[in-house]
Design a protein around this ligand. Sequence first.
Ligand SMILES: Cc1cc2nc3c(=O)[nH]c(=O)nc-3n(C[C@H](O)[C@H](O)[C@H](O)COP(=O)(O)OP(=O)(O)OC[C@H]3O[C@@H](n4cnc5c(N)ncnc54)[C@H](O)[C@@H]3O)c2cc1C
Length: 447
Amino acid sequence: MAAELLIIGGGLAGCEAALRAAGAGVSVRLVDMKPARFSPAHASPLLGELVCSNSLRSADPASAVGLLKAEMAVLGSHFIEAARASAVPAGKALAVDRERFAARLDNAVSSHALISREAGRVEELPASGVSIVATGPLTDGPLAENIAKLAGGGSLHFYDAIAPIVMTDSVDMSRAFWQDRYAEPGVGDYLNCPLSREEFSAFYQALTTGEQVPLHDFESPRFFEGCLPIEVMAARGEKTLLFGPMKPVGLEDPRSGRRPFAVVQLRKEDLGGRLMNLVGFQTKLTHAAQLQAFRLIPALAGAEFARLGSIHRNSFLDAPRALTPQLALRAAPQVFIAGQLSGVEGYVESAASGLLCGLNAARLLSGEPLLTPPPTTALGGLITHLMNQEAKSFQPSNINFGLLPPLAQRLPKKERGRALARRAFGDLLAWMAAQGLKPAEAPPLLA
Ligand SMILES: Cc1cc2nc3c(=O)[nH]c(=O)nc-3n(C[C@H](O)[C@H](O)[C@H](O)COP(=O)(O)OP(=O)(O)OC[C@H]3O[C@@H](n4cnc5c(N)ncnc54)[C@H](O)[C@@H]3O)c2cc1C
């Protein structure tokens, strides 16, 4: 069968888009440069690779990202299916064993009768035919500039940093304790490394004076606020850390029976729990400076690091001016842009935009009208952000409830999430019914 839809990039968005379009009966040609070539953040030959944290954030459907995941499940997301099948314990978050997760997505794509997979770097968009570009924030080669030119504007860049990972059996357990925030002491999936006031001071000093990797790009560095390097946060003052990633609230050190002055939390990276990442410790310090600083955390004094943190460029389009609400290029409506390159931020958001692109590309090929989900849904809220013409300098965003229209009545914060989710599920199901889309599962019940 002749390929009808070209998908460039088989990351989170590309896999989701391919499986969605193929599920609608479209034959897909998916091209990814792996394993011949890897971006600075990719290392696995598998498609669907998570490049940094293994967390897909909150599992609570009454949180914005939990709602987005629940909506994706209703829409039949393969990303969510793979995540559920490879979940590791992570308190109230959905975290995955990254190898199993990618293997599951890779296998779903590779074994699909309607998807043909090719290895190769794409340098230019084809002149004709329907395509989805899902090459991510580290789009390789001249393709990003090619798309930016086609979109009629310059591409934008900012920077992302990734967090270090330690071998669990190298953590000094006499100086660490298991506990989720506000859980009983000893109960939980997070391994806490406490610091006294003096230990924190020494660590803070090392963070703020450590040598940083110089940036070679012509632009001054701009970081995504939700994923700031730890030393950038530290430079804003001690309290930014003590009220941020190192906050000790809801924790009790069993050695003292008291709340520690500060903590570094470790979260499992794999199902076996052999690897743990330092939550919120993405960094652009040099490797030597990282080792110097992290060894000042008493529980990590002798720890073996499986990976140290690093920093990377991140590309995205000026979405409000470049894209339609169905995620096609205004200047080339047969080209859809999925994933981080479209201006969404985060794993779940990237996959969600892939789902929408897969759906719409299949509809374009079958002559059906293209779709945009209701703005009251989390998926619709993402599109609202991408279409925000008021943003003079567009910045990507994670999903958050601020992107959804407010409720008619003011509610306390605790009830607001549930009310927004109830409204979103109702509107999603009504919209799907109107478009002839069958729910893959019922939305979760909200107490
Ligand atoms: C360093 C870094 C850390 C991040 N950490 C997190 C995090 O912890 N949590 C989070 O939620 N989000 C994180 N993000 C943001 C974002 O969620 C991820 O980048 C996510 O993987 C984006 O999904 P995607 O499908 O758009 O791109 P990707 O998953 O990056 O997939 C792009 C694919 O396209 C291929 N490709 C690239 N160029 C070409 C080309 N020219 N031709 C053919 N193939 C090509 C690549 O090989 C890759 O497989 C991070 C981003 C970066 C850069």
